[in-house]
Structures are given as C-alpha cells and as structure tokens.
Design a protein around this ligand. Structure first.
Ligand code: SD4
Length: 332
C-alpha cells in the first residue's frame, strides 16, 4: 500500500534516513535497512558523537551500545559496552542472526563480532575524542556520573564518600548537577534510534550509541535495552528514544509507547505519556521519544530540550525533520 515504506529517526540525521530509505526501496528487509541506516550514522559520526571516535568514557575509551529488534518475530540482538569493534549495529545484528542470545557485552562481544567477520580489533578513539578527554582532564576530570564519592586526587581513584572526610559544599553540588545535565545536549547526541517499515509493513528498529560522555567505564545505557531505546511490534508500531539513558531505562519508554498505542492511543498521546511518566519522577530529566503507528502516523515528545526527529514516507521528495519544543511537547 502507498503508506509504506516509512523511515523515522531521532535527530536530523538525514544521511542515515536516506541510507535506510535507499536500502528498503531496493528490496532490503526492514531489519537490514535499519542496520544500513544506523551504520551510516556510525560511519559519518553523526553530530560528531555517534559511533566509534565519539564520546570517550572516564578512561578516554569509546565503547559502543547497539541493538536491533525485529517487529515481526520480536527477536532482539544487542551488544553493550563493546570495545575494539567499530560496527556497533552490525555486531548487534550478528548476535541476532547467529546466536540464541539477546545480548553480549564488553570484550567478549568484540571477540564474537570479530569471529563473525567484522573488522577488528580496532581503536575506537579519534583525534576528537582524545581532545575532549584531554580537556576534561585539564579541567580536573569533573565527573559526570559519580555521586557520594570523593576522589583521592582530582582525577580519582574515587572512593565512597564515607571513606574520606566530607568536604562537599553547595557549590560543588551545583557544579556536579550542571555537568550531568549537560551530558546530552543539542550537539552531543551520542545516539541514533531508527524505525523502518518495509514495503509490506514489517517493522524493525535499531539503536546505536557510545552512551554518554565521561561515563564510568563499564556503564551500559538504554541503547541496547529493548523497550527502552527502541521497540517494535508489527501489529502496533514502533518507538525510538534518546536522552538520559540512565534514567530512561528505568521506565522502558518505548515499550510503554508501543503498548499505549496497542490500547488505542494515538502516537502523539502515546509519546507524551511515555515522557510524562518519567518527568513525573525526574522533573530534571532530558529525553525524547518518537512513536509511529502501523499506519505510518508519527509524533514525538520531549522533556528538557528541543527534540528533532526525521521522517521519510511515500509522497515526500526527501527526508524532513520536525522540531518538537520542550516543555510543551508540541510539534512546531
Ligand atoms: C545513553 N541514550 O546511553 C543514550 C544517550 C543519548 O542523546 O541518547 N543521547 O544514555
């Protein structure tokens, strides 16, 4: 029918949408097309932060979280905190294709991905990620994600704060909160989340991210968690998310949005509801979702920032991005 294919992606990642659109129109499955779309963003390092060479962790290393989900079968493949392999989304696809598992992590995920034919071991740092890390160290390694800790010197090692005398002042606290809330920003997105409906309406979603800048090594975010960063069910529709994954993964916003649509909500209402459930508990959280139903009707909602997502559907000459402004969550 004329309403398919559909490609929707977080952020104005136009090249990624074009890659997926091209793939799905040349006969790729939704799953393979979503891999092509997310992979384009990894290669282009969309926004300077997605994929290898993007945001470093506290040790200066970039690691990848990625996930694909097939909305026809509900199969999921994911890798988390993966080192030494540049192709996050392809590695996630290989987990789905060649294992009975859903997620592999860390160095073992890399070993698996390389054994399945992906290039590696590779260095995931870039001149830009090293520069960010060096600046951060010069700035006393202001931690983005630690709490109730004291470093023994300005760059750690860190210990629980009851081990050392408490010297925390209100000023420190404000600085810490400020640093954390800025880890996701308008030019620091770290993440692509995408939904593809193929010509027959089968849906796949995918997410690829290096997580969050100066994350604690070993941190896994919402990216590889089905239902959190993305979710798809052919019978209902799809959702993709971006934002503060540490908070968002506590709420499975994409599972929520898809299930709300299953119960009859329009995409706009479902997206808003998923975001509001989080905002009620965490009024300072930064995040956004898009939701698309099986008719290709799409909407977005956000909190704490201005969100944009990109869409390509039949009848459009090219991909278009839409801005959603916080705090009213309405489409501009
Ligand atoms: C994470 N959700 O790992 C990702 C970050 C993100 O826009 O989406 N940034 O927390």
């Amino acid at each position: 029918s004329a309403q398919y294919p559909v490609v929707v992606s977080t952020w104005p990642f136009l090249q990624a949408v074009r890659a997926a659109w091209g793939a799905v129109n040349s006969g790729f499955s939704a799953l393979d097309a979503v891999v092509e779309g997310c992979s384009a963003c990894e290669e282009l390092r969309c926004d300077g932060t997605v994929g290898p060479g993007g945001s470093p962790d506290e040790n200066g290393e970039t690691t990848l979280d990625a996930m694909v989900m097939n909305g026809a079968t509900m199969e999921v493949g994911a890798v988390a905190a993966m080192r030494y392999v540049r192709d996050g989304i392809r590695a996630a696809r290989l987990v789905m294709q060649h294992t009975e598992h859903t997620m592999l992590v860390g160095e073992q995920a890399s070993t698996f991905a390389i054994s399945m034919g992906l290039p590696g071991p590779a260095n995931l740092s870039s001149a830009e990620s090293m520069e960010k890390w060096n600046k951060w160290k010069l700035n006393n390694c202001q931690p983005n994600f630690r709490k109730n800790i004291q470093p023994t010197d300005s760059c750690g090692p860190y210990h629980p704060s009851h081990f050392v005398e408490k010297t925390c002042s209100m000023d420190n606290l404000v600085e810490h909160v400020g640093a954390k809330s800025s880890h996701v920003g308008i030019h620091n997105h770290d993440t692509i989340s995408m939904a593809v409906f193929d010509k027959t309406g089968h849906i796949a979603v995918g997410t690829s991210t290096n997580g969050a800048i100066f994350k604690i090594p070993g941190r896994v975010g919402d990216g590889p968690i089905a239902g959190s960063s993305a979710y798809a069910d052919d019978e209902v529709g799809a959702c993709g998310a971006t934002g503060d994954g540490d908070i968002m993964m506590r709420f499975l916003p994409c599972y929520q949005a898809v299930e709300s649509m299953r119960l009859g909500m329009e995409p706009k209402q479902a997206a808003r509801d998923a975001i509001q459930r989080i905002a009620r508990k965490y009024p300072g959280f930064v995040g956004a979702v898009f939701a698309v139903n099986k008719n290709g009707v799409h909407a977005g909602a956000c909190h704490g920032w201005t969100f944009q997502y990109s869409v390509r559907q039949p009848g459009m000459e090219d991909v278009k991005d839409q801005a959603i402004k916080a705090p009213d969550n309405s489409i501009l």
